[in-house]
Design a protein around this ligand. Structure first.
Ligand code: 13P
Length: 249
């Protein structure tokens, strides 16, 4: 079983056309480290321009609607993202689960819609600080994963991102032991649903990953990559994470 390391930047609500040079620079990093699969999930407004300059990194979106079309003002279908140049889409990021009240059932439906449109999916799960403090983070996140995972999930098109909510944008991370325990628990949960294909499915870590901690995180056996927010906004900050993944891969 060998899972190619996957490092994906999530630019969230950051980035205008003025940052296209940064995307080109990140694409060059991807070209220099072919062992690593590198992607950048940019705001939808940048997908077309970004996919026009990206040669080695793939471009993704950050959300899609679960329906193909219809009266949903302001929403984008998976086919629209694909047409703009996206190869992947994030589903169920905790910021959307919180801000847009997305449920795990919504997330599963979005993943199905994305797959039907020909997009890959990065499905996000993670616990709150209160759930971690209560001592049942693995059980909570495993249940959230199984509730969010579409019935037809397969490693060929879907990856998981474990993002503890309290670690996002805070500079705090779980201990390496906690990450190890969680990723092993999630692999077991996947095995209970999709059998042997669980060993092919990539489970990324996200939450304050940076150039200083990426090497340790990516050395954990069941950590197959990273979903990176703040440290993906410039090639300078993103480079050491991609390098760490290449060294670990
Ligand atoms: P930060 O890397 O900024 O903590 O964000 C993580 C994240 O939410 C990626 O999706």
């Amino acid at each position: 079983m060998s899972r190619r390391k996957l490092i994906v930047g999530n630019w969230k609500m950051n980035g205008l056309l003025a940052q296209i040079g940064e995307i080109e620079a990140i694409d060059r990093l991807a070209q220099e480290k072919p062992k690593v699969e590198v992607g950048l999930c940019v705001p939808a407004t940048l997908i077309h321009a970004a996919s026009g300059v990206a040669r080695s990194a793939f471009i993704g979106g950050q959300d899609c609607h679960m329906k193909d079309s219809g009266a949903h003002t302001g929403c984008l279908s998976a086919a629209m993202l694909k047409e703009a140049g996206a190869k992947t889409v994030i589903a169920g990021h905790s910021e959307r689960r919180t801000d847009q009240h997305e449920t795990s059932a919504d997330v599963a439906a979005k993943a199905v819609a994305a797959h039907q449109a020909g997009l890959n999916v990065i499905l996000c799960v993670g616990e709150t600080e209160a759930e971690r403090d209560a001592g049942n983070a693995e059980a909570v996140v495993s249940e959230q994963l199984l509730d969010s995972l579409p019935q037809n999930a397969a490693a060929a098109w879907l990856s998981i991102a474990y993002e503890p909510i309290w670690a996002i944008g805070t500079g705090r991370t779980p201990t390496m032991e906690e990450v190890d325990r969680m990723h092993r628990a999630l692999r077991e949960a996947l095995r209970s649903r999709i059998g042997a294909d669980a060993d092919n499915m990539r489970i990324l870590y996200g939450g304050s990953m940076n150039g200083a901690n990426a090497g340790d995180l990516l050395a954990i056996a069941d950590v197959d990559g990273g979903l990176v927010g703040g440290a993906s906004l410039t090639a300078e900050k993103f480079a050491p994470i991609i390098e760490a993944a290449s060294a670990a891969g």
